[in-house]
Design a protein around this ligand. Structure first.
Ligand SMILES: C[S@@+](CC[C@H](N)C(=O)[O-])C[C@H]1O[C@@H](n2cnc3c(N)ncnc32)[C@H](O)[C@@H]1O
Length: 285
């Protein structure tokens, strides 16, 4: 189960008690215990992934971004996939296209968590200013530290909960705006072009939460279909083949590390404002 190298590392750096705890958790796992993203087992796998990656995103469009282990266990963090670089890999072709071809003056990340997208975009769009809205105080502290260690703090503004009036004000400045929105259903209130007319001119990537607000993807489509070109990007289950080839970890941990713990049937909308050149996005269906 635990590889020889991992065992050696455990032996060197952990106290006897801590090592025993991990080995007990490993045995429980072997015996079929159930684990989720907040479990002790997930934290153990996260610790091993941290060692393996050196706390830097291993692959994908944000490869090289530095992480801090405090982000492990943050609300909804999907820590392991982020470090592996497989997180939301359905979006990689789009993110690659955005980082190479689009001079956004302002990137607004609503529901920034610990900053995977806010800091990722700040790193790969060095001309852009980034505003990160995050309602959770603990996540905001980690986001601030991650911005520092990645050298993007001077271009990143961290704000608390996003409201329609706050978003309208944030979009008042001239220039192209990219919105990246993942707010567990609050997209219903926030992505409303009647309340926030500036949205009609912004390019918007939104994760939709129909399992929380049934029918929300249909509502959002209707709101934006006359002003935006909308591409639906479905979420796909992860396969062991998605594992980054440059990283060695026992197979038994890979499934846990890759999982994003998503309910089935989720999707994103990439909504490109019609006033701009059409962006062809290739993605795996
Ligand atoms: C699923 S997490 C998104 C994490 C992030 N997008 C990522 O991929 O790492 C959703 C986040 O949205 C935040 N959130 C929910 N409603 C919000 C609001 N109105 N303004 C700002 N953040 C909000 C939650 O606190 C939570 O951290």
């Amino acid at each position: 189960m635990l590889g020889t190298v991992t065992r050696k590392v455990l032996k060197t750096i952990l106290s006897d008690t801590a090592r025993q705890r991990i080995l007990t958790v490993e045995r429980v796992h072997r015996e079929g215990g159930l684990f989720d993203a907040d479990s002790i087992f997930y934290r153990c796998v996260g610790t091993v992934v941290t060692w393996g990656t050196g706390s830097r995103v291993r692959s994908g469009p944000f490869a090289g971004m530095r992480y801090i282990q405090h982000a492990l266990g943050v609300h909804s963090s999907a820590y392991c996939p982020k470090l592996l670089g497989t997180y939301e890999q359905e979006l990689h072709p789009l993110v690659e296209a955005l980082r190479t071809g689009h001079p956004y003056v302002h990137v607004i990340n609503i529901g920034a968590g610990e900053g995977y997208y806010a800091i990722g975009f700040a790193r790969c769009l060095p001309q852009s200013w980034v505003t990160a809205y995050e309602a959770d105080a603990e996540s905001r502290v980690i986001l601030g530290r991650m911005a520092e260690i990645n050298g993007v703090a001077p271009r990143l503004t961290i704000r608390e909960s996003c409201t329609p009036s706050g978003l309208q004000a944030a979009m008042a400045q001239p220039g192209k705006t990219l919105i990246v929105c993942d707010v567990e259903g609050a997209e219903q209130e926030l992505l409303d072009p009647v309340a926030i007319p500036a949205l009609t001119r912004a390019d918007i990537l939104v994760e939709l939460h129909d399992f929380l607000i049934p029918g929300i993807s249909g509502v959002i489509r209707k709101r934006f279909e006359n002003t935006h070109q909308i591409t639906e990007i479905p979420a796909l289950p992860r396969q062991l083949a998605d594992w980054p080839s440059s990283l060695s970890l026992p197979k038994v941990y890979r499934r846990t590390a890759l999982s994003e713990y998503r309910p089935g049937g989720m999707c994103w909308f990439w909504m490109k404002a019609a006033g701009n050149a059409v962006l062809a996005v290739a993605h795996a269906d």
